[in-house]
Design a protein around this ligand. Structure first.
Ligand SMILES: *[C@@H]1O[C@H](CO)[C@@H](O)[C@H](O)[C@H]1NC(C)=O
Ligand SMILES: *[C@@H]1O[C@H](CO)[C@@H](O)[C@H](O)[C@H]1NC(C)=O
Ligand SMILES: *[C@@H]1O[C@H](CO)[C@@H](O)[C@H](O)[C@H]1NC(C)=O
Ligand SMILES: *[C@@H]1O[C@H](CO)[C@@H](O)[C@H](O)[C@H]1NC(C)=O
Ligand SMILES: *[C@@H]1O[C@H](CO)[C@@H](O)[C@H](O)[C@H]1NC(C)=O
Ligand SMILES: *[C@@H]1O[C@H](CO)[C@@H](O)[C@H](O)[C@H]1NC(C)=O
Ligand SMILES: *[C@@H]1O[C@H](CO)[C@@H](O)[C@H](O)[C@H]1NC(C)=O
Ligand SMILES: *[C@@H]1O[C@H](CO)[C@@H](O)[C@H](O)[C@H]1NC(C)=O
Ligand SMILES: *[C@@H]1O[C@H](CO)[C@@H](O)[C@H](O)[C@H]1NC(C)=O
Length: 888
């Protein structure tokens, strides 16, 4: 009762102030100037009282601006005027288009507690004046183009708790004083060019919980001090040049959940104190020079999900006790010197999805329980000393995607049961063993398999006709066996080089030179005539082929030369600063009618100019490229985090060509590619109407015209494209409205479809989180499974439907803390809100028919975004439901 009166009083007071001082609001002048300056489309100004503008928070008593929070509003302009807002405490302009220098005048905002300018295009140095921000607790300058070092003046910000400067071009070393910031909880400076040592005192006085310095040029040791307070939760030092050993004191950090120190030069053994870190979830120390044995103490880390010690010098046995790790999903120790039997206990880890023991000295035989209870998807045991037979129970590994058993001492036959592993798609490799007997025809059921290698064994008999059931096959190797008969007529076989079939006893037919007709020894004259006739044809044919090849090369060179001349002359005319373009290694255009119109060098050059940049996705950056021929292309530059391009170029090119043949009106297929240095560029048609995200969120408000039928038809098109992908067993890695493109007639095409096959996050240094897709679209189960699945795709598509229905972003702080679009929509009934309050009123109020269709689509979207993957409909069903919505 007592509290009612004062609060009523202060409300009255505030109203009174508001009423009296309208004309002379304290920040009127700077806010009016700012409104004029920030010409983005995303900021809504209503009325003259700036306190009611979106993103502005005022002090309730004197109406001065206390917070300006406008993240991701497509804003640009000069922000130096903000330094006039003397009472401001929080300034968040992240994810906009601001460029130029960070205004030094911001340093005069003595009350500022949070400054977030991340995700813009700021360049130049970090202004030293920011050191005057005595109240600052959180400073985020990540993902800009800042250069130079970390200014020493910042040491005066004694209360700094979160300091994030990752993703810039900063150089210099990490200053000592960072270790003296007593409140520091988060220090994130990854992806810069920082060098020197990690300061000896980092962490001694602070409350450090997160330290992320990956992808710099740091040297020296991991200082003990980092672990001294024991509060560290996440430590990422991957991809530096750190030496020395892993400090024993790491065991002090009971709450450390993620420890990632791969790709350095660390030596010594993993300290046994690792077992004291009860909350350890990820341990990743691959590509170092670690030695000694795998500590049995890992078994005490009951939450351990990923253990990666690949490419080190570990020796000894895998401790049986590791079988106690109930949550283990990935166990990767390839390229070490480990020995003993394939650890049977590990196979009892119910959640194990990847077991990689390749390139070690494991011996003994394959266990009988190999897949009794498991969710195993990757069983990689190649290049070891495993003997005995392949147990038929291998057929129980129904979830396997890849089976590598090559380079061992396996004997006996290939069990026909392998044909039951219908999911097998990446590879089946049994090469370099002592296998004999026939090739079981059951393998023909593996219709998703891409690569089959049974070379260098003692297999006999024919290649079964049923192998033509392997519809996805791209790579085959049957060489060096004792196979007989004719190679079945099957495109993947005849497209292979002869070396895939060489070294067999009596194998004949295309692509081998030995023709099969000569097999019949009792053949009559006629037959002889026929075969010699064939020989003559073959000789003429190959001569012709050589001639054609030579001519094509000559023609290509001439064209290239001409294009170069042309490019040079046009450069001179335009008086452009000539950009030294790197040497194109290879390139191809799949669409014949466009071959002449694409110039690879212009493609490369277009990606070197920032002004051509169109969008920045999870896996690629898109540029607009205008060819000398006038053709306009969209060029995607892959972010090759794991150096996929260098290591897997040929495989990648084949995958691309496969996608080039994947024709569906609602899929954006690649029309070609260019490769230079270690960069891969994918060529796509340029679609004039941009992306669905732009249509929904960036259309100027005053030009907006409600068009529900267009949105509905976009939804149906995308659903159809995605359903087709699922039908051919391709999972999309990044469904979002930014990857849905609109052509001149607003037909929708789903893009980024090829990424799933090009970037393999399971290889190299890419973190598991690199596959997660875009924020707000990631299905909740991803946190546990770390696997993108078809139901996961359905979820992401459901988020797109909600975006279409609500015209809201998938994540936005207006929903409240920790609430995204999905939670906000699903929570509506609980808040007593009707669907009308959720859907975009500009559409739903136009006609009864539109409203009805929107309500029906909302139902579909709710089903798609169900928390439980098993409850979500299949894409095919979603298409049916959406077509029903249209007809209703
Ligand atoms: C408004 O009030 C706050 C808190 O009382 C104070 O810090 C600030 O300086 C005042 N601003 C103006 C312009 O009076
Ligand atoms: C922004 O405006 C200030 C003062 O109005 C000026 O000094 C400064 O040069 C401008 N900055 C840019 C990048 O135009
Ligand atoms: C700071 O920036 C990084 C990178 O843009 C982002 O991931 C992080 O969430 C930001 N932190 C805060 C507190 O805004
Ligand atoms: C750091 O980068 C700046 C700007 O790119 C450059 O001028 C400077 O020489 C670099 N310093 C060092 C020590 O490499
Ligand atoms: C930490 O690990 C070491 C080595 O295994 C052990 O001797 C020590 O008792 C452990 N400390 C705690 C607090 O558990
Ligand atoms: C293991 O993870 C669960 C779920 O994240 C958590 O509740 C639990 O406290 C963790 N266990 C330890 C020992 O940290
Ligand atoms: C395996 O993972 C699931 C989540 O996918 C989790 O609920 C379960 O506790 C884990 N452990 C076992 C032994 O199944
Ligand atoms: C592997 O270990 C064996 C004995 O355990 C040793 O003889 C051999 O040199 C080691 N090989 C490597 C490459 O370290
Ligand atoms: C496997 O290797 C270990 C260690 O090198 C050896 O002790 C054991 O006898 C070997 N087992 C077999 C079956 O060869």
């Amino acid at each position: 009762m007592g509290s009612v009166i004062p609060s009523f009083y202060s409300l009255l007071m505030a109203t009174f102030l508001l009423w009296t001082s309208m004309a002379e609001l304290p920040d009127n002048a700077p806010m009016a100037a700012l409104k004029k300056e920030l010409h983005g489309v995303g900021w809504i100004f209503q009325g003259s009282n700036y306190c009611s503008w979106v993103g502005v928070t005022c002090n309730p008593l004197n109406l001065s601006v206390e917070a300006l929070e406008l993240p991701r509003h497509v804003l640009k302009g000069n922000i130096s005027g903000i330094s006039e807002l003397k009472s401001i405490k929080r300034l968040d302009l992240s994810g906009n288009l601001f460029h130029g220098f960070i205004p030094p005048s911001l340093g005069s905002l003595s009350g500022l507690e949070l400054l977030d300018l991340s995700g813009n295009k700021f360049e130049g140095l970090i202004p030293s004046s920011l050191g005057s921000l005595g109240s600052l607790k959180s400073l985020n300058l990540s993902n800009n183009f800042l250069i130079g070092g970390i200014p020493n003046e910042l040491k005066n910000i004694e209360r700094l708790q979160e300091f994030q400067i990752s993703g810039n071009n900063l150089n210099g070393s990490i200053p000592e004083w960072i270790g003296e910031l007593s409140g520091l909880r988060v220090f994130s400076a990854y992806e810069n060019h920082l060098f020197g040592k990690i300061p000896e005192n980092l962490g001694t006085v602070s409350e450090l919980e997160l330290l992320n310095l990956h992808s710099n040029r740091l040297v020296g040791v991991i200082p003990e001090s980092i672990f001294s307070s024991g509060k560290l939760q996440v430590l990422v030092l991957t991809l530096n040049q750190l030496t020395g050993s892993i400090p024993e004191s790491v065991g002090k950090c009971k709450s450390l959940s993620s420890l990632r120190i791969g790709n350095n030069k660390l030596v010594g053994s993993v300290p046994p104190s690792i077992g004291n870190i009860s909350s350890l979830t990820y341990f990743e120390a691959n590509n170092n020079h670690l030695s000694g044995e795998l500590p049995v103490e890992f078994a005490q880390c009951s939450n351990l999900t990923l253990l990666n010690l690949a490419s080190n010098g570990l020796s000894g046995f895998v401790p049986i006790e590791l079988g106690d790790l109930k949550n283990l999903q990935e166990f990767i120790v390839s390229d070490n010197n480990l020995t003993g039997e394939v650890p049977r206990s590990l196979l009892k880890c119910r959640n194990l999805s990847k077991l990689d023991l390749s390139n070690n000295r494991f011996n003994g035989s394959l266990p009988q329980n190999i897949c009794s209870t498991s969710r195993l998807q990757f069983l990689l045991l190649g290049q070891n000393s495993i003997g005995g037979e392949i147990p038929p129970v291998i057929g129980d590994c129904v979830r396997l995607l890849e089976l590598q058993l090559g380079g061992n001492y396996l004997t006996g036959g290939i069990p026909p049961e392998i044909g039951r592993i219908k999911n097998l798609q990446i590879a089946l490799n049994l090469s370099f063993n002592h296998l004999h007997g026939n090739l079981p025809h059951e393998l023909g059921k593996l219709d998703k398999l891409v690569s089959l290698d049974v070379s260098n064994n003692q297999l006999s008999g024919i290649i079964p006709f049923e192998f033509k059931g392997m519809l996805s096959l791209i790579e085959v190797n049957f060489s060096n066996n004792q196979l007989t008969g004719s190679v079945p007529i099957f495109a993947p076989f005849q497209k292979s080089p002869p070396s895939s079939f060489l070294g067999n006893k009596d194998l004949c037919g295309d692509p081998l030179i030995t023709s099969c007709t000569s097999v019949s020894d009792t053949a009559n004259e006629n037959n002889h005539h026929k075969s010699s006739y064939k020989m003559v044809l073959a000789v003429i044919g190959s001569g012709l082929a050589v001639f054609i090849t030579v001519s094509v090369v000559v023609i290509l060179f001439t064209i290239r030369e001409r294009q170069e001349m042309k490019a040079k002359s046009s450069e001179l005319c335009d008086e452009e600063i000539p950009v030294a373009s790197p040497l194109v290694i290879t390139g191809n255009v799949f669409v014949d009618s466009l071959k002449q119109a694409v110039d690879f060098d212009s493609v490369v050059k277009a990606t070197m100019k920032d002004t051509n940049k169109q969008s920045n996705g999870t896996f690629s950056t898109a540029y607009k490229a205008i060819m000398p021929s006038g053709l306009v292309l969209s060029v995607k530059k892959l972010k090759s985090v794991d150096r996929t391009v260098v290591n897997h170029r040929n495989k990648m090119i084949r995958e691309l060509e496969r996608f080039g043949n994947l024709i569906h009106p609602n899929l954006m297929r690649p029309i070609g590619y260019v490769i230079y240095e270690d960069v891969a560029l994918l060529l796509h048609p340029h679609l004039v109407n941009g992306t669905l995200a732009q249509l929904l969120h960036e259309s100027p408000k005053d030009e907006y015209e409600p068009d529900w039928p267009r949105r509905l038809s976009i939804a149906i098109s995308v659903a159809e494209g995605l359903a087709f992908l699922h039908q051919v067993a391709i999972i999309h890695l990044d469904i979002s409205s930014c990857n849905i493109f609109l052509d001149a007639h607003y037909n929708a095409l789903l893009g980024e479809i090829e990424i799933s096959r090009l970037l393999d996050p399971l290889k190299g240094t890419a973190s598991i989180s690199a596959v997660a897709g875009s924020f707000g679209y990631i299905p909740p189960e991803y946190a546990y499974t770390m696997q993108v699945t078809a139901p996961g795709n359905v979820y992401s598509f459901g988020v797109v439907l909600l975006e279409i229905l609500t015209t809201r972003l998938p994540v936005d702080e207006v929903f409240g803390e920790g609430v995204d679009l999905v939670k906000w929509v699903h929570g509506a009934p609980g808040r007593g809100e009707t669907p009308e309050q959720i859907m975009d009123a500009r559409l739903s109020t136009v006609s009864f028919a539109w409203r009805k269709q929107m309500l029906a689509m909302l139902k579909v979207a709710m089903l798609c975004t169900d928390t439980f993957p098993s409850k979500r409909p299949k894409m095919k069903k979603v298409v049916e439901m959406l077509i029903e919505v249209k007809q209703s």
